[in-house]
Unconditional design. Structure first.
Length: 345
């Protein structure tokens, strides 16, 4: 990373921290992510010297991965039997969501077949951009649509949930410390970050900078080897960095291009959220699972972002994590296969 890139990222963190502080002061949900995201998006569109690349995102994602991994407790395995129904229906949801969104981008947005296909797939940004570019799609359009979708979901869903959901009694879901933590526990956290990053990259895991540390932390906590805490300030900083990364994706866009992208993404996001809510309510009617938790597990947002929303609502992040990881794997495997049969050669 060059010195200029580092300075632009530091500037983005400063802007993001300011936005997070504002959102925290007004009592917004998930303030450090949403405030940072909104502030950095505005700064990027205004042409200010802020930037956050995938390289700068990795340390932040690794910290969040370790925190989310600590939600996997030894007694959590007994609860996993209750997850069979939503996990079994996940492929049905993904196929329905893909069909609706791809059709929307072909008929409404008038994208070419390859661009519409990978813009409509409910997968991660990086994976869909790579797959799409290899098949002749417009990778910038795919990236912008997915970035806008995640931005809209992450920004609106916490507010919607707060409006419609009953107040939740805050309970200890995840191990987050105060301003300080023992050096031994911090050593465990750092070990999970380093080991997870090395193994995640070596094994070529999807979103390896997040999933690797998450997996190592989960193993450590499920086995009862350690029960370490992450200092609150470190988690807050990581959330600011996560929000900054999402917000800075809109750099270089004109207001007209931004408006068109957000408008198209809003249409597909509304369709996805309607499908998500309908399925979540249906599953909740035949199980004892909280419908809000099901919405987060099926929502078209990112793994880290939706898990952090669950954490902020004192719900079970592990449930959301397992479903989003399953979604990522299913899309990575199924999207290329389905593309071969759904488009002309």
């Amino acid at each position: 990373m060059s010195v200029a890139s580092l300075l632009r990222f530091i500037a983005a963190l400063g802007v993001g921290a300011g936005g997070g502080t504002l959102f925290w002061a007004i009592g917004a949900p998930l303030p450090w992510v949403l405030g940072s995201m909104a502030a950095c998006a505005a700064a990027s569109i205004a042409g200010l010297p802020v930037a956050a690349s995938s390289a700068t995102r990795r340390p932040m994602a690794a910290v969040i991965g370790v925190v989310l991994g600590s939600s996997f407790r030894p007694d959590l395995l007994t609860q996993a039997r209750e997850w069979i129904v939503p996990l079994a229906l996940l492929p049905v949801f993904l196929a329905s969501a893909a069909l609706v969104c791809v059709t929307y981008f072909r008929r409404v947005a008038k994208f070419d077949p390859a661009t519409a296909y990978f813009a409509g797939m409910p997968g991660g940004i990086a994976e869909m951009v790579v797959m799409g570019s290899e098949r002749g799609a417009d990778e910038r359009t795919i990236g912008l649509i997915h970035a806008a979708r995640i931005f809209l979901v992450v920004f609106t869903l916490p507010f919607l949930i707060r409006l419609v959901a009953a107040p939740v009694e805050v309970r200890r879901v995840i191990a987050v410390g105060g301003d300080t933590a023992s050096w031994t526990l911090l050593g465990w956290a750092l070990g999970c970050v380093v080991t997870g990053l090395v193994l995640g990259r070596a094994l070529r895991l999807p979103a390896w900078h997040l999933v690797g540390p998450l997996a190592i932390s989960a193993i450590v906590h499920v086995t009862g080897v350690a029960d370490f805490r992450i200092p609150g300030w470190a988690l807050g900083a990581a959330q600011v960095g996560l929000g900054a990364t999402i917000g800075c994706r809109f750099a270089g866009l004109t207001l007209r291009a931004l408006f068109r992208t957000l408008l198209l993404a809003a249409g597909s996001t509304i369709l996805l959220l309607v499908l998500t809510i309908v399925l979540a309510v249906g599953i909740a009617a035949v199980t004892d699972i909280d419908p809000v938790l099901l919405v987060l597990a099926y929502s078209p947002g990112g793994l880290a972002e939706m898990s952090m929303v669950a954490l902020s609502l004192a719900l079970e992040p592990a449930f959301v994590i397992v479903h989003h990881l399953t979604r990522v794997v299913l899309v990575l495997i199924g999207a290329p296969l389905a593309f071969r049969t759904s488009t002309p050669s």
